[in-house]
Design a protein around this ligand. Structure first.
Ligand code: HEM
Length: 425
């Protein structure tokens, strides 16, 4: 068993598994985290809402107000999401404290990574293959049960799509085995959004990875995992696999072990669920993105050393053709389809709901990701956050609740460090 765990971990490390947890290469000792055993943080702590306990495993009441401060001098208040038992959500033990701790560990890792004073990139997915202009058009034949929020019949929006590699190490060539990201930002979407600090932003984001399930659904394992993952030694390696479990480690290995020939030729998944609709019509759904057949199928040239292979591939495609990606949804149709456990697949039919078309004449992607280029800089300054969302598309499940605290904090942190204004387009 131990041998199997070690082999799995080696696959994880060699395949640059990261999301937010950073890579095996980043080694930090316990001493680095001062005497407390916890990393330093610009967050001052998270206050539970009056009357709400964060350790009882009980659902929180709607509109409770827990305070999660941001990284800047002025703490920014955000409300820890209230789980919706009607959609299968349940608050876990110590979620708010765990979310804050995850933010702190990431913050500490970023401070270590960028201690030379260079530009702070995203902790996860720093390597973009570009931001692309798209038209999001809801399918005229969308089934009525899916036609809510931005998927209302006849809806159309302009959008930005950011393709990325998952590894926290943005210097790794695109072609390296890794998970791939596709982040979509719809523009000019009216209505109040769920992220309090950007409630009036006109954006609706959807975030995808190139695997159908997420390796962790117990946030207490997540912190144990990142703590072990960033420290040296066999004991920590085994601790990492113990934190993920065999199933989680296998998912992570599968997810991060692929090289791809083009970002517009693979499928992407939301991995975690989202609400669809409000009131009596609400349901829980998962999303996926499929490439249009017209995007074609290419192969990776043998032995390619191209450092920006996926970027170049996209640019070559748009020199000649448009591209499109299809947006699909599946519904949670019974209680065995867990909203909280993101390691489990849902078995229910998928329906096509919209198409994203990227027109060749609208693309302006630079040949390298050099942030000195204003187009790359604009792309890097964007923040994709599942909580940039209308109530009709509320993110569900523990991983999404935690992301509300972490994404907001880390995005503010990097903008702050780069002395840039964090602003939705
Ligand atoms: C608790 C779980 C997770 C944590 C703590 C986490 C953390 C992060 C962080 C800190 C960032 C950078 C945000 C920024 O600086 O703007 C990020 C980006 C990203 N994450 Fe996660 N993540 C989690 C789960 C997921 C899941 C389930 C997915 C699956 C779709 C995902 C996909 C992505 C993608 C695609 C990006 C890059 C978005 C972009 O292009 O800007 N993450 N994540």
């Amino acid at each position: 068993m131990q041998r199997k765990q070690f082999v799995l971990l080696s696959v994880l490390c060699s395949s640059t598994f990261s999301f937010s947890f950073s890579a095996c290469a980043k080694k930090k000792t316990n001493e680095d985290y001062s005497g407390s055993g916890r990393p330093p943080s610009s967050q001052t702590g998270v206050e539970p809402a009056p009357g709400q306990s964060d350790s009882g495993g009980k659902p929180a009441t709607p509109d409770n107000g827990e305070t999660a401060p941001g990284p800047t001098k002025e703490p920014i208040k955000l409300t820890y999401p209230a789980p919706d038992p009607e959609l299968g959500e349940a608050l876990g033990k110590d979620e708010v404290a765990i979310a804050t701790e995850i933010s702190s560990v990431i913050e500490s890792q970023l401070a270590d990574l960028y201690k030379g004073g260079q530009r702070y990139f995203r902790d996860a997915h720093p390597r973009a293959h570009g931001c692309f202009h798209a038209d999001f058009v809801v399918d005229p034949a969308i089934p009525a049960e899916f036609a809510h929020g931005v998927f209302a019949k006849d809806s159309k929006y302009k959008a930005i799509i950011r393709f990325s590699n998952a590894s926290h190490d943005g210097t790794v060539p695109d072609i390296t085995p890794d998970a791939r990201g596709m982040a979509i930002k719809l523009l000019d979407v009216p209505g109040k959004k769920l992220l309090e600090s950007e409630a009036d932003a006109k954006t609706q984001d959807f975030i995808f990875l190139s695997h159908h399930v997420f390796p962790i659904s117990d946030p207490s394992k997540y912190t144990a995992f990142i703590k072990h993952f960033t420290q040296p030694g066999l004991a920590n390696q085994l601790g990492t696999v113990q934190a993920l479990g065999i199933k989680g480690a296998a998912i992570a290995a599968a997810m991060t072990s692929k090289s791809i020939s083009s970002s517009i030729e693979i499928e992407y998944f939301s991995m975690v669920p989202y609400q669809l609709g409000v009131g009596a019509d609400k349901s829980a759904v998962r999303y996926s993105i499929k490439p249009c057949l017209s995007n074609g199928k290419s192969t990776i040239p043998k032995g390619t050393k191209e450092p920006y292979y996926l970027r170049t591939r996209l640019n070559q495609h748009f020199e000649k053709s448009d591209a499109c990606m299809e947006f699909w949804m599946q519904k949670r149709t019974n209680d065995s389809m867990s909203v909280e456990d993101s390691t489990n697949d849902w078995k229910s039919p998928w329906s096509k709901v919209a198409t994203l078309t990227m027109k060749k004449e609208e693309q302006d992607n630079p040949a390298t990701p050099d942030p000195a280029n204003p187009i790359n800089l604009a792309c890097d300054k964007l923040s994709f956050n599942p909580w940039h969302a209308l109530p009709e598309h509320k993110p569900l499940g523990v991983m999404n609740r935690i992301r509300k605290v972490v994404y907001d904090h880390i995005s503010k942190l990097r903008h702050d460090k780069n002395k840039e204004v964090k602003k939705e387009p």
